[in-house]
Design a protein around this ligand. Structure first.
Ligand code: SF4
Ligand code: SF4
Length: 472
């Protein structure tokens, strides 16, 4: 056995934003916001089946840029020499790395990951699910690491890595669109919302996506009535069913104590004489009833609430959420659609109309919100509600006025008084309405619209470079 060579073949490659070893965080805990992906070689793709059920996974990989092996080394967190096996330093006899990362989602043979502390291009050797049942150990000894205080550990553990400002993103690309230079910032999320339906929100989303083109992903979160795909007619590549967990009671194990009904804050369980009755449509999947059941008589099952399709329309990838007919709760599906946002794309989110919970779910995490309105009293009323909502979350926003030459100047006056920029104005023209009614896209038919949406794209992409920035 001694001296025997064991050879492994990589099962894939890990991609991340870390391009130099010295700027790569030392542990996932110091790389919590770092996104990445593992691309698995197709011949191993069947092995990924069922992995989505785990929130975290172990990545086992070859530290391909590690220096020569040492048996005694200074770890990243401390200037004291330690035996290499008492550290996680890369310079080890077998240059094997191990990270626990969050599995955000799987797309075919690609795993989208968060908390990635791995150098871009690292060969992946194995994947194993992390499970708290087996792997969480209480009351551990932490050796020399207890000598390093948390602040020092964080500072040293991040190494040269600094979270990137969108304006300094090295993956940014400058394109010429409608005669204008537009610098796209991948990872940026632009949400398009309106206080009410029918203001032209989808028109703005679709035309902006096509104008920016290339590295753009359009997420249709208007899941009760998604319609971006009607204009873009994507070729569908992937379909996913989305469900929510709901409790199911084992009548044989239940002794009808009623504790599950007591804890449920949503009226989703009624305590009856012979045992609880579950109203699955009211359940918010909080798991409270499971945790209080003294007889372990409750388990969870997944109740489908909708589906997500991923399609390609030219350069634009479009992700569409479609809520099941009669389903009342759309936020879980909206959150599932938003998981498809990609760090290497500009993500455009078409939000549901209004200002209620589904809109909040769609707006969360946006870098910029475009509020689409009309210059009418109704438009102004709903715009005010939308601005209030956006401001609750401290999000930057700007306004697009659709059918700009109807109505009066009150929307503009309001925007001026509130220091909200009017980004562009879409005129009220018969040919625009005709193009829309034929299911065609404005920027593909009307040349002046190409310039208008290029202007919109440039203004948003440049918002964080402006000295005044767009007022939140
Ligand atoms: S999971 Fe939560 S919301 Fe659903 S029935 Fe149990 S306690 Fe109520
Ligand atoms: S808490 Fe458990 S045992 Fe009690 S009523 Fe609910 S399901 Fe039955």
């Amino acid at each position: 056995m001694s001296g025997e060579t064991i050879a492994y073949r990589p099962i894939g490659v890990i991609h991340s934003e870390h391009t130099t070893p010295e700027d790569t965080p030392a542990q996932p805990v110091y790389a919590q916001e770092c996104l990445g992906r593992a691309e698995i070689i197709p011949e191993y793709a069947d092995g990924l089946r069922d992995l989505e059920g785990f929130s975290h996974i172990y990545l086992v990989y070859h530290l391909h840029r590690a220096g020569p092996a040492k048996l005694v080394t200074k770890p990243f967190l401390q200037d004291v020499e330690r035996g290499v096996f008492a550290t996680r330093a890369p310079c080890r006899p077998n240059a094997i790395g191990l990270s626990i990362v969050e599995l955000v989602r799987r797309e075919g043979n690609v795993l989208h990951l968060k908390g990635v502390d791995v150098l871009d291009g690292t060969p992946l050797l194995d994947i194993k699910p992390y499970t708290a049942k087996f792997d969480r150990i209480e009351g551990t000894r932490n050796g020399w690491q207890d000598e390093v205080d948390d602040a020092t550990a964080r500072k040293r553990g991040q190494r040269g890595y600094r979270p990137k400002d969108a304006a300094q993103n090295p993956h940014a690309r400058t394109l010429v669109r409608g005669g204008k230079e537009v610098t796209l910032t991948p990872g940026m999320t632009i949400a398009i919302a309106s206080g009410k339906g029918g203001t032209g929100k989808t028109t703005v989303a679709v035309n902006l996506a096509l104008t920016l083109g290339g590295p753009v992903r359009l997420l249709d979160c208007d899941v009760e009535e998604p319609n971006c795909h009607l204009f873009l007619r994507p070729k569908i590549k992937n379909l996913e069913t989305v469900g929510v967990p709901v409790p199911v009671v084992d009548a044989l194990a239940c002794d009808a104590c009623g504790r599950c009904a007591e804890i449920c804050q949503f009226g989703a369980i009624a305590a009856l004489k012979n045992g609880p009755l579950v109203f699955a449509e009211l359940c918010h999947g909080c798991g409270g009833c499971l945790s209080v059941c003294p007889r372990h008589a409750i388990r969870e099952e997944t109740r489908p609430i909708g589906a997500i399709t991923v399609g390609q329309a030219g350069d634009v990838e479009i992700v569409t959420g479609q809520l099941r007919v009669g389903e009342a709760k759309s936020p879980p599906l909206i959150r599932a659609v938003k998981k498809y946002a990609r760090d290497d794309r500009v993500n455009i989110v078409d939000c549901p109309p209004g200002t209620s919970c589904p809109v909040i779910a769609a707006l969360r995490g946006a870098d910029f919100v475009i509020l689409v309105t009309e210059p009418t009293p109704f438009g102004l009323h709903d715009l005010k509600l939308a601005v209030e909502t956006v401001r609750q979350f401290g999000l930057a926003c700007g306004v697009v006025i659709n059918r700009a030459d109807i109505g009066d100047s009150r929307v503009k006056d309001y925007c001026a008084a509130e220091s909200i920029p009017v980004l562009v104005e879409i005129p009220h023209r018969r040919e625009i309405a005709e193009t829309y009614s034929r299911g065609q896209v404005l920027v593909q038919v009307l040349p002046e619209m190409r310039a208008l949406f290029a202007d919109l794209g440039a203004r948003i992409m440049n918002w964080n470079k402006s000295p005044s920035r767009v007022a939140p």
